[in-house]
Design a protein around this ligand. Sequence first.
Ligand code: PEP
Ligand code: MG
Length: 902
Amino acid sequence: MAAHDPVEQKYVYDFAEGNKDLKDLLGGKGANLAEMTNLGLPVPPGFTITTEACKAYLTTGREPDGLAAQIEAHLESLEREMGRRLGDPDDPLLVSVRSGAKFSMPGMMETVLNVGLNDRSVIGLSNQAGGNDRFAWDSYRRLIQMFGKTVCEVPGEEFEHALDEIKSAKGTHNDLDLDADDLRGLVDAYKKIFAKHTGREFPQEPREQLDLAIRAVFDSWNAERAILYRRQERIPADLGTAVNVVAMVFGNLGPDSGTGVAFTRDPGSGAQGIYGDYLANAQGEDVVAGIRNTVPLQELEQLDKTSYDQLLGIMARLEEHYKDLCDIEFTIERGKLWMLQTRVGKRTAAAAFVIAGQLVDEGLIDLDEALHRVNGAQLAQLMFPRFQLDHEFEAVAKGIGASPGAASGKVVFTSARAVELAAEGESVILVRRETNPDDLNGMIAAKGILTSRGGKTSHAAVVARGMGKTCVSGADELDVNVPAKKFTVGDHVVNEGDVVSIDGTTGKVYLGEVPVMPSEVVQYFEGELDPENTDDALVRSVHRIMTHADAARRLRVRTNADTGADAARARRFGAEGIGLCRTEHMFLGDRRELVERLILASGEREREDALAALLPLQRADFIEIFREMDGLPVTVRLIDPPLHEFLPPLEQLAVNVAVAQERGEDVAKEEALLAAVRRMHEENPMLGLRGVRLGLVIPGLFAMQVRAIAEAAVAVVRDGGKACPEIMVPLVGAVQELETVRAEAERIIAEVVGDSGVEVLIGTMIEVPRAALTAGQIAEAAEFFSFGTNDLTQMGWGFSRDDVEGAFFWRYLELGIFGISPFESIDTDGVGRLVRIAAEEGRAARPGLKLGVCGEHGGDPDSVHFFHEVGLDYVSCSPFRVPVARLEAGRAAITTTGSDSR
Ligand code: PEP
Ligand code: MG
């Protein structure tokens, strides 16, 4: 290491130098290996190359200065510690080279095992293993295969094909039947494949192997599947991966060796106990790939009680240390246990809530931390329905419930077909023997994933759980034939396109479509399940955490609702008022005719008649809503969309009129309608005669609505209720618009309300960028602002809400211009800045100005945190997202030192 250069950056850390809080620098795997090393647990020695080195490499295309020398120094000290040299022909040190980013990305990046093996050290390895030639040659062929595939892009199938050929020549399906000579022959075949594809011999120099493997791991950060996974999981693209170089330990040295994965609690349900899979005489990759079927971890007790007991002790220690569910990977090499990885384990949404509650009970964490450990996306998932089963539906197979939920869809057998059919709007179930990282696209497109091999920790299971997607794995009664596009189970043959249903909780597989039933969490929110009186651990935990979130949060949560039924449901879900009642739907249905009369009115008299007919209907609408929201604020927005949206479409009408004229029918009325539709036609209706503009152009329209609101409030109060209406003017861009509407509204309200005690606030949406930028002026005429972030995003970016998501957002996402649609999660830098400016300048002009948001972002978890931080008073969202917003508002309000719940 260049000790003479004091400013040289440190790129390599020995395991003894790191700790679990250095995930940014060392990645999750490296930080946790360091933590376990420092806890005194049996971790094979090694070192971690930092994410900084990776980032420098990815930016410049070459390893940063000083990295090679630092690796050399750490390698030397590793060699000293192990008493072996990398690739020594007589007594070789072998290392694994493993990726490890800050956030776990299972199977997305590269790993190379057995680095250091070559034509000479393979003999040394055999000697180390007590003359076990078979093991040594097997390790060597694995190196050529992995190195070839991941470092040099040699097609993996060629290696698999060569392996299959040797097995069939021997008349076996089992790798374990191949002897040392077979494997030596396989090494020769692999080397030829390598040379054919790369134009060079397989590198014999161990340090060259190591450097190329490290570079391949760096490069794998930008592999297509890794990019896709990050986008799906909202992991930032610029973190880079660390690389761990670890002394190899071997689980494939015979029956007293093996490898496994385990969880300290059930990651599916949260139930306490030991959950894991073990595979004797195997390396870790065999377990994750689901190549051979594992046995439950409990069986290790019979095979090797000492290691089993030691493992249980370590697992208990890790749980206590991390104060959370941990998942681990371990290897037993001839009766000696080695810990290869631990991390706070991924879990299902239900398990996240259940475990958080358990840990509070166990005194390991407090309620703030429990709240931090769950999130709104998980809660939303728990509000999905499940299968409704009765005797008519008999499962045809039972696999492992690897990721809960219920999914039905058409069977497909390839990732590409899944993507194709999903794009046509079909629900699909991706059926595979086992999945691998190349199936990621199909897994994203599918409603559910069904595999015939692999356990709870197989690739399919881990990735599906991470995505919150239903998955049944290891349904081994299924005989899956991908080339023939069918699977058989018992007497049934299921072809591509046939419908199946899978239950990710029970692991059951059904033929045909099974109806679904509501979730118990929804039943709890509906008030149908008493949380104090149920043995449902999930409901108890959700209740406890929601109660804490409600106590912690500063943001109020309202709902967007414009029917009494929606308002009532939202209230049961915890809404504290209505933040947006869109009045436009009230102009549809059998009221269309009145609206037509209004639009076609040829004089003041006719228009007034039409409005007078609408008034009582509107009043009744508002009475219903005020009653449901008794005592809580209700923001009613005056009509927003252009009026011609309530008229028939131009083309249709023109055709009808032409046909009727042809027949000589009396079409005077239709002609007048057609003329009106033509007159009102707009090229850009979103930027046209809508919102406040409409109110200023059609005399009496807003006045009628204001009167209906005020009269409804008075009626409710006279009945002993409490109505708290807030009248909201849409699409305001200038204070003068609002002042004009306000003057008329105040006059009507004063006239209607009299001494009833009803108080009506008047405010505005902030959804036009100019309104945000002149918020100080607008606040003079507004008692509240509600941010219409849908339009604000549309007009801030210049993106048509109705067109762009399908048209080109995929490309923007691909290029990383944004990580998620700005219509889904608030663009904090741009649109968010407009919100911030308006909030600050509005409040400066009118202290105490009430601020809320009623665009779609009001129910988006990340956006809720932003609105909390900006200091809004409330968010408003659709009824089903109210619990999610309550939870996230609570999470935003607590400060905690705990880990990220991602
Ligand atoms: C908005 O623009 O964010 C909003 C809530 O109004 P609408 O979606 O009805 O245009
Ligand atoms: Mg709007």
